[in-house]
Design a protein around this ligand. Sequence first.
Ligand SMILES: [Zn+2]
Length: 274
Amino acid sequence: MRVPVLAYHAVNIAGNDYAGNDLVAFAADLRLIDDLGLRIVPLHWVVEQLTGAAERDLGRCVALTCDDGSAFDFHDLVHPAHGPQRSLYHCMLDFVAERGADAQPDLHLTSFVIASPEARERMDQVCLAGLGWMGEDWWRDAAESGLIAIENHSWDHNHPCLETPGVDGMPRGSFLDVDNHVRAEAEIAAATRFIEARIAPRPTRIFCYPFSHVPEYVHREYLPQFGHEHGMTAAMGDGAMPVTTGADRWNLPRYICGWHWKSTEALRGILAGS
Ligand SMILES: [Zn+2]
């Protein structure tokens, strides 16, 4: 197994060209992946392969993810500066309409959402445009579409815009401060419970580290030893290499759009190398 996992942030909209708009990049990348003869598969297939829960042929495959769970994942919205935007979900439907359902029969996107309604509201007001882009109204529809999985991006991202301190006196702004059981339970297991209550009967099984910060305690102790509490079977970081057999399931690598690649040609190089 040698599967590159790509990551997008749908709210990254600084213009309407590839380099400045993750939605535009995502739409183009679906076509590039297809043109290269690669297969898009659900991230949970990759995790199941890694953990021995399933045995599939994952040769020449790619998995797609997106972070932070803004409404741009699912809803078409008008950006105040850059106009109408096609959601990641509709970009996938456009791709299917253009190339047929047989082109990528396992087409799938894993969306890592932030659980806390208060944190999402605060991010919407302070970091975004205050237009209600961080709601959860779409989670169930997305999960039921069969094209999107809703997964765990922590309780509140321990985001710097939140009131300080967080649980157990935790300073804000870095996920590395999630360094003990109380903090890890509040950031990961509580998020599992909240998200699963909204997408039931579907579970959430994959964690994604906020800021790609991988705290030693969470990585070495909490995730491996407290599965009965948090329910996670793997965790995603930003290692910029394909997921291979034997990869560290508690810090699986991804390539981040806008960081590890900024153009179709750069992504072509990543995919060719994998
Ligand atoms: Zn994030």
